[in-house]
Design a protein around this ligand. Structure first.
Ligand SMILES: [Zn+2]
Length: 445
């Protein structure tokens, strides 16, 4: 086990009191944070010392919902609403991807996330070639990059676009195989769940609930993203999206409900009483004209909320710092109250909130002894963060993903001075550019 000392920075702990430590230090032993304090650490014998002077030292961000599989479709179908954007651009692109393209998408997307300080991602994988075992090689690709991931194997058994449907039995078998193969990995976990609420049978939801309990895995669900989601679900079941989930038992502490833009008070009550988690994607919701999630109401109902970029083709980046800013600004605009959602609270959502949502609230998303060493250093020696009177406000409203200097995940340095240590960034960018153009041509776009 090697020991590391990070010293001299301003530590944003994201602990319960959201404490800030000026001129602080963090001691990491293996993959764990073992000491946090201010000034000089009690001993001086470490395998490595990292100078964090003029840096913010934060827990890595948890990008609690993305689709790296759509990264080759970035900038295609812009300025269209969700279902139009899917059918015009993203679905044809996904159909045109070959296995190697999916692998490159995972690698490129993980690099983009790491470079923005996102140490954990929930990849909600969409694929037209499940039978080829593409899910397995994609999980392996993510693992190689050093990122922490929940790989959510989500698909539908009834209606989605042609080529994306699997039978219930295939969904169960392939999910079980993936869960078994990655059960003991340090940084990878598998999640499950129907992809969209209007594309799966009631039985498929019941299957997912059963599998989640049997295998102790998370369920990740697109929920009430647009008014059409509720309409489509109501046409099938006579209920709202959330009421339908309650009906089939698909709410609870293991369930992440992504988007939750169009909710009734009854829906909010169901989410709160079942302890389900909400993931908020403000930038995506703006880009696809989906609407504004009722975050203050969800917070009043004491619902845990994580933050997410959503896919690189509907954000269109993986910059969680921008997402934090968008989350705060959007609520100020819609309520015309400057304190409707404040910087400190969106920072908590991007760290502790995401960690709680993935069932790791007591081991991830905070810089305190006993937590996993997923830590980022943000360089503040730049004009747009000078002066820095209020570190959290500076992070949320002034910083950018490109200010992230060093990234440590599970105790390993995966980026130092903006250079990846795990994979060859340049080589992957070159390949991705070529492969994306080829895929676009195959898609006829
Ligand atoms: Zn999504």
């Amino acid at each position: 086990m090697s020991t590391r000392l990070i010293s001299g920075g301003t530590i944003l702990t994201s602990d319960d009191a959201n404490s800030i430590i000026e001129n602080g230090y963090v001691v990491v032993d293996g993959n764990m944070i073992v000491e946090v304090g201010s000034g000089q650490p009690p001993t001086s014998n470490y395998d490595q010392v990292i100078d964090a002077s003029l840096m913010l030292v934060c827990p890595g961000f948890i990008n609690a919902h993305t689709h790296l599989c759509t990264i080759f479709g970035r900038s295609l179908g812009s300025d269209r609403s969700l279902l139009q954007w899917l059918s015009d651009a993203q679905v044809p692109m996904l159909r045109a991807l070959q296995i190697e393209d999916y692998v490159l998408s995972m690698e490129l997307g993980a690099i983009e996330n790491i470079k923005a300080g996102n140490t954990t991602i929930c990849e909600v994988f969409v694929c037209a070639h499940y039978a080829d075992g593409v899910d397995e090689v994609c999980v392996a690709a993510l693992a190689r990059t050093g990122i922490r991931s929940i790989f959510c194997r989500c698909s539908n058994d009834e209606s989605f676009f042609d080529g994306f449907i699997e039978t219930r039995q295939d969904i169960i078998n392939r999910s079980q195989r993936l869960i078994k193969n990655w059960r003991n990995h340090d940084r990878v976990r598998i999640g499950i769940g129907p992809l969209v609420p209007w594309g799966s049978s009631t039985d498929a939801f019941v299957d997912a609930v059963g599998l989640s309990k049997e295998e102790d895995v998370l369920i990740h669900l697109h929920t009430a993203e647009t008014p059409e989601y509720n309409d489509l679900v109501r046409n099938r079941t006579g209920k709202s999206n959330v009421e339908m989930l309650a009906d089939v038992g698909a709410l609870g502490d293991r369930v992440m409900l992504n988007h939750c833009v169009h909710l009734s008070d009854h829906d909010i009550g169901l989410i709160a009483e079942t302890g389900s988690h909400v993931i908020h994607d403000p930038t995506s919701n703006m880009l696809l004209a989906s609407g504004i999630a009722p975050i203050p109401k969800l917070r009043s109902a004491r619902i845990n909320i994580g933050l997410a970029c959503d896919g690189p083709a509907c954000n269109n980046t993986q910059d969680m710092i921008q997402v934090m800013k968008d989350a705060a600004l959007l609520q100020k605009v819609v309520t015309r109250q400057a304190d409707a959602l404040i910087a400190k609270d969106v920072f908590t959502m991007a760290t502790r909130g995401g960690a709680r949502a993935i069932g790791m609230g007591s081991s991830l998303g905070s810089i305190q002894p006993g937590f996993l060493a997923d830590i980022i250093l943000i360089d503040t020696e730049v004009p747009h963060m000078t002066p820095m009177h209020d570190p959290i406000s500076t992070l949320v409203y002034s910083a950018r993903g490109s200010d992230v200097h060093t990234v440590i995940i599970d105790g390993q340095i995966v980026m130092q001075n903006r250079r990846l240590t795990t994979v060859d960034e340049k080589e992957i960018l070159v390949k991705a550019r070529t492969h994306a153009v080829r895929a676009r041509k195959r898609a006829g776009l």
